[in-house]
Design a protein around this ligand. Structure first.
Ligand SMILES: Nc1nc2c(c(=O)[nH]1)N[C@H]1C(S)=C(S)[C@@H](COP(=O)(O)O)O[C@H]1N2
Ligand SMILES: [Mo]
Length: 220
């Protein structure tokens, strides 16, 4: 009886089934099974809430600069036109804020962190990045998270320049982590040898912030 059934448990079958479950080789919105799309403890919103420390800096594209320092072979200061000259990418992704709202299908345009990393060329010593913003906000990310294929340094949302309240002219979007990691009004990126804590990470929040693992708060 078992003779004419396909080899359900062969190594290749198991591996391929695992890939199918994980959505391997797919990118963007369908990478996760639809049933697993909303992380635990989150609820869906249709609007886009504004959250920050209450100071929204006004930075025009002509004033805006991004300093890249630390363990990189190309420690640049990019102005708006230098940033626009980098490869431009569109991505669709979901937002998960630690305050429990999630928002699906945000259409971003900007420079993927992969293309950005190709340009600034991190050294082997770099394990983490610290992002610093024009409002004084900081947040830290492991380089392995910053370099995720769906992470993007954005200038546009839904075909329009990113509004000031949402971090324009330039913010980061790292959709696989809680949204506090996605620094608005991006000003500086330091490539560090150690993973130092940023603003919320020093104030009780988790160093990594994976929504599917509910890494909301630090252990102590
Ligand atoms: N520069 C800066 N970036 C920031 C913050 C901030 O206070 N300052 N707040 C973070 C938090 S806690 C969240 S939830 C998101 C909110 O982004 P939004 O206002 O576009 O929804 O921005 C993150 N990035
Ligand atoms: Mo947040």
């Amino acid at each position: 009886m078992a003779d004419d059934t396909p080899a359900q448990d062969s190594k290749l079958t198991i591996t391929k089934r695992k890939w199918a479950d994980e959505g391997k080789f797919l990118t963007g919105r369908h990478a996760r099974p639809e049933t697993d799309r909303l992380p635990p403890g989150q609820h869906l919103v249709k609007n886009w809430p504004v959250l920050d420390l209450g100071q929204q800096p006004s930075v025009s594209t002509s004033q805006w600069k991004l300093d890249v320092r630390g363990f990189v072979n190309n420690p640049v200061t990019l102005d708006w036109s230098a940033f626009q000259a980098l490869p431009q990418t569109n991505m669709l992704s979901d937002i998960h804020c630690v305050t429990t709202w999630s928002r699906y299908d945000n259409n971003w345009k900007g420079v993927s962190t992969r293309d950005f990393l190709d340009f600034v060329d991190p050294m082997n010593e770099a394990v983490s990045v610290m992002l610093t913003s024009y409002d004084g906000y900081t947040t830290n990310l492991l380089l392995s998270d910053f370099s995720s294929p769906d992470a993007i340094i954005v200038t546009d949302w839904e075909g329009k320049p990113l509004s000031e309240e949402h971090g324009g002219p330039v913010r980061l979007v790292v959709p696989h982590l809680y949204f506090w990691k996605s620094a608005k009004w991006l000003k500086r990126i330091d490539f560090n040898g150690l993973d130092h804590a940023g603003f919320w990470e020093k104030n009780g929040y988790h160093m990594r912030g994976d929504p599917w693992a509910e890494e909301r708060y630090s252990e102590d």
